[in-house]
Design a protein. Structure first.
Length: 507
């Protein structure tokens, strides 16, 4: 019997994976005929319905297998999960219905996939899991010789997402909305950005194929040949266009900063520049204090309050800040809500935060000390202001990405930091990331907070090829796999405007 941890190693089913390769379509048709012979229920469906649903299932199974052979896919067996009220058409452009479960049952009967039924206990709930068996992967990859670069996001995949309020992490619900001039503007900008990034080779020469292990034991793996892992979308929260709005989806978001040093864009070294203490700067600006000019101290250094500071505690204080300001005032005492919120975050990453208990850190006292350290903005702790602050840094990110996309210069966003080819990192003028970040910062602050504040940028120069070679091992050059990926990318022919093909229909 599988352990819970094994089944928890799973990805959410992607309703917008697609492939327009004729050879792959022939394979899907062949597989459909094979399945229909064993499944009377499947054979009763229209051929076009079978083809569409089977294609999306196979692409999901294949995509997750390429990322991690042990990873599962989460799939709902409930009919209500596919109803328009639960899955609005905006978020289901291909038109996947409950009939997908007929396809899955046929694959189970054909011994092509591994299936584990869901659990619905009061103390523990888990949706069903599926995973491709080796015979199915052999058909896809070896027998048909189909390249993994053929896995794509659908051309009209949604990139502006609005989520409901009061939804926990495991039950995020996307809600329908009426388009406005602003939503169309955001979508148009993001579509152009995704088209540019799709044509751009973004890679890490020394990234191990086995992945890298995080401090909590999780392993991060990246499929650099997949365009899907570069697709970026924005998520707004609380059914509001002024809460959240950050950019998600791209593989570089999950990497620790020490690995982002190795990123290369079109085989060129890069630089990362980030805003220092951005949310704290915003909050001080709201009370008309220019933080770097009037205060200027390290925003996360509690040495004066008796704490022994290191990188772990600094990073933890950033979590404390976000969770504390995200807590809204309510019936419970504000400090207790903040403590519970921080504890909830720790419980989801128990291994990563073992050190907190080992050091004897009192979470409640830490929150109180941190709030006292920033006494001028203490009123914003437990105010529910976190998502509105994310909206402001998302506005900055939107303007940075749109600006460089218009110049056809690829830039990667990690919330309040940006990665760009080193030649565009510094200097004056519109091709300098440093210059544009400062300019856009002031423009957004003036319009959103209506107060002047200095920005402070931190520069992280990426490693050049000689430095990377030394890190791999003595007398060993960059792995050949990297150069193979570079050459393969150069040989690809890209549709300039792949996304936003409104005329595309998935029959």
């Amino acid at each position: 019997m599988l352990k819970r941890e094994e089944l928890d190693n799973a990805d959410i089913f992607n309703f917008h994976l697609w492939c327009e390769d004729a050879e792959f379509d022939l394979y899907i048709d062949k597989l459909a005929k094979q399945l229909c012979k064993k499944s009377p229920q499947l054979s009763e469906l229209k051929n076009s319905t079978i083809h569409k649903h089977l294609k999306v299932v196979i692409l999901n199974l294949w995509c997750v297998w390429l990322k991690d052979k042990k990873k599962y896919l989460v799939i709902s067996r409930r009919k209500n999960s596919y109803a328009k009220s639960t899955l609005p058409a905006r978020y289901n452009q291909i038109g996947i219905s409950f009939k997908i479960n007929i396809v899955i049952d046929a694959l189970i009967s054909n011994n092509s996939i591994e299936f584990h039924n869901g659990i619905n206990y009061a103390e523990y709930k888990r949706r069903s899991r599926i995973r491709a068996k080796s015979n199915l992967i052999n058909q896809i990859v070896k027998n048909n010789k189909i390249s993994q670069s053929l896995i794509q996001m659908a051309r009209n995949a949604p990139c502006i997402i609005l989520r409901d309020k009061d939804i926990d992490d495991d039950k995020k619900v996307n809600v329908e909305y009426r388009d406005t001039k602003r939503t169309n503007e955001m979508r148009d900008g993001l579509i152009e950005y995704n088209n540019l990034i799709r044509r751009t080779h973004v890679d890490i020469p020394t990234f191990p194929t086995s992945g890298i292990k995080k401090s909590n034991g999780d392993v991060i793996k990246v499929n650099f040949e997949s365009d899907v892992s570069k697709f970026t979308h924005r998520v707004f929260s609380n059914n509001s266009w002024i809460d959240g709005g950050r950019f998600y989806g791209s593989w570089w978001l999950q990497l620790p900063s020490e690995w982002r040093k190795h990123i290369r864009i079109n085989n060129k070294p890069t630089t990362e520049i980030d805003f220092s203490c951005l949310h704290i700067i915003f909050l001080y600006a709201k009370v008309k204090i220019n933080y770097w000019k009037d205060i200027g101290r390290d925003a996360y250094d509690l040495t004066s309050m008796g704490y022994e500071m290191d990188d772990k505690l600094r990073d933890f204080l950033k979590i404390v800040l976000l969770t504390s300001i995200n807590c809204e005032k309510g019936k419970n005492k504000d400090i207790e809500k903040a403590r519970a919120s921080v504890q909830h975050h720790m419980n989801k990453n128990k291994t990563e935060y073992v050190w907190v208990k080992e050091r004897g850190i009192d979470i409640k006292q830490l929150i109180m000390d941190f709030a006292e350290y920033h006494k001028p903005i203490k009123k914003y702790f437990y105010s529910g202001a976190g998502l509105s602050l994310q909206y402001i840094d998302a506005l900055i990110a939107e303007m940075v990405l749109n600006h460089f996309t218009n110049l056809k210069i690829p830039v990667l966003c990690v919330h309040d930091s940006f990665i760009i080819q080193s030649k565009y990192g510094y200097g004056d003028g519109d091709q300098s990331l440093q210059w544009m970040m400062g300019s856009i910062f002031q423009k957004v602050l003036k319009s959103e907070i209506k107060n002047f504040a200095l920005s402070k940028l931190k520069f992280d120069e990426m490693l050049n090829m000689d430095e990377i070679n030394k890190l791999v091992s003595k007398n060993k050059e960059i792995p050949q796999e990297y150069w193979n990926r570079v050459d393969a990318h150069k040989k690809r022919e890209f549709v300039i405007n792949w996304y936003n093909q409104d005329e595309v229909r998935y029959s």
